[in-house]
Design a protein around this ligand. Structure first.
Ligand code: ATR
Length: 480
């Protein structure tokens, strides 16, 4: 099918929904000719038939596809993660030359991306793991793109990706995040933050419904007002629509006819696993992942409810409760982002990536699921001081925490009295309290560790490492 003369400056392998949408997006931009290929040719034919306007060079075989690419050849793989991606990488590797670029635009685990890049590097072919966020619509209209790989590959790839990325405040939502797996790492953290953000919005909804007594439609209206202020975000926007939606069959609010067991595809779990490895607390993401897990334990929920332990009556609240919930949501959201960026900083350090935090915040302002006004302020914070010990230290966020702190505590107290679970709000508040206190009970934990395992401890009053002879005369010895 490919023409002998015309060459494409970019190719896409995989014509399922994400791949075909990305190819159409590429083809719609001035200057791009897009080579397309899918293992099963029918899918490619279908895309060509449905989009005659698109500047495609379609191929039925991988050989034709590779031949249709101008050099340096650049191909974006959009196939099933794992075995599918590996199969296509092998096919391209055999046909590509040094300097050509293979991009994995799927949701790969960053460890796999690092391994794949290391394996290909000796051939001189560039391998780029690129996180792409924004779902099907983003792929078509403008996603947020997080490429890793070599700096050299970005010289070719950068302008092409910039042509299709979302635009926020006049800037394309793409940046070279760092080498090898940095792009997929940052995409993973993005998804982790997304989990936390969704959990927090869910908790706010639950409190408004079950403590303040609002209907879903009233909460939708309230969220619409919140969306005019600092809480403005895509996730709030879609929540407004979801809460307003009425089930056609029953006439009930849509949210009441959906099974309350949340699924997940794994990037939240990866974020928590990675954070555990890095020793970075990401309670907001962890509670979101666990929250979905608890929701899915139907038999345990039934068993506990069968005990007949009466739920307390929700305490009466006045209108100020609604403002309190907004403030608690905002403060908890700041904590979730602070933790997410801590994970990015720790990952960058461990894997040797030079990640510009401000640039990451900027490319999340458009196209992706966590896009929000908030990210402008966040980008400013890191641009003003790239060495913030924590995002909470940045003056704007410190002020927001100061302003919201009392409300945050009242909400967590009220939720507890009303037996409305708020693992996201509560973990965020506890995290803040842990940072904002001079002495933590970790001193006692150190004592326990020393007692049963001679793990030693440091003293507050002098240097050195010490052990108490707990099973002897309890005198102290200095171990170094
Ligand atoms: P989506 O979720 O977007 O529908 P997916 O399941 O992630 O897609 O990926 C499906 C795509 O991966 C299809 O293009 C599929 O090719 P076929 O249409 O031929 O099934 C492609 N794919 C899966 N495994 C593959 C493999 N081993 N080699 C090549 N392509 C593969």
């Amino acid at each position: 099918m490919s023409s002998n003369d015309a060459k494409a400056n970019i190719g896409v392998v995989g014509m399922a929904v994400m791949g075909s949408n990305l190819a159409r997006n590429l083809a719609s931009r001035e200057g791009n000719t897009v080579a397309i290929y899918n293992r099963s040719p029918e899918k490619t034919h279908e895309v060509v038939k449905n989009h005659p306007e698109a500047n495609f060079i379609a191929s039925d075989t991988i050989d034709e596809f590779v031949a249709s690419l101008a050099k340096p050849r650049t191909a974006i793989i959009m196939v099933q993660a794992g075995a599918g991606t590996d199969a296509v990488i092998e096919q391209l590797k055999k046909r590509f030359e040094p300097g050509d670029i293979i991009v994995d635009g799927g949701n790969a685990n960053f460890h796999d991306t690092i391994a794949r890049e290391a394996k290909i590097a000796s051939t001189g072919i560039h391998f780029v793991g690129a996180g792409i966020s924004g779902g099907e619509e983003g792929a078509l209209k403008g996603p947020s793109i997080m490429p890793g790989g070599t700096v050299e590959s970005y010289e070719t790839l950068g302008p092409i990706l910039a042509s299709i990325a979302a635009v926020a405040e006049g800037e394309p939502c793409v940046t070279h995040v760092g080498t090898d797996g940095a792009g997929h790492f940052v995409k993973m953290i993005h998804n982790g933050i997304e989990y936390a953000d969704m959990e927090l919005i869910g908790e706010a909804y639950d409190l408004l419904r079950n403590v303040a007594g609002y209907t879903p439609a009233q909460i939708s209206d309230l969220f619409a007002t919140w969306n005019e202020g600092p809480l403005n975000s895509y996730l709030i926007e879609i929540t407004i629509d979801i809460l307003k939606h009425v089930d056609a069959e029953t006439g009930k609010p849509f949210v009441d006819i959906v099974t309350d067991q949340a699924g997940s595809k794994g990037t939240g779990v990866w974020t928590v696993q990675t954070a555990l490895d890095l020793g970075v607390p990401v309670g907001g993401v962890a509670e979101a992942v666990f929250g979905r897990a608890v929701s899915s334990k139907r038999s345990q929920r039934d068993a506990v409810q069968a005990l007949g332990i009466e739920r307390p009556t929700a305490p009466r609240v006045d209108d100020s409760f609604v403002d309190d919930v907004a403030k608690a949501l905002y403060a908890s959201k700041i904590v979730a982002y602070a933790q997410g960026f801590d994970a990015i900083i720790a990952g960058a350090e461990k894997y040797g990536w030079n990640i510009d935090k401000g640039a990451v915040a900027k490319i999340w302002r458009g196209g992706c699921i966590i896009r929000a006004q908030f990210l402008n302020v966040l980008a400013d914070a890191f641009e003003t001081n790239p060495n913030l010990a924590t995002l909470l230290e940045a003056p704007y966020f410190a002020q927001a925490i100061r302003d919201g702190e009392d409300a945050w505590r009242r909400v967590v107290i009220t939720a507890t009295q009303a037996a409305v679970p708020v693992p996201g709000f509560a973990t965020a508040l506890s995290y803040f309290d842990s940072l904002n206190v001079d002495r933590l009970p970790a001193a006692l934990v150190q004592g326990q560790r020393d007692f049963f395992g001679a793990h030693t401890y440091k003293r507050v009053d002098k240097p050195g490492t010490f052990h108490t002879l707990w099973s002897g005369d309890r005198s102290e010895v200095q171990t170094d």
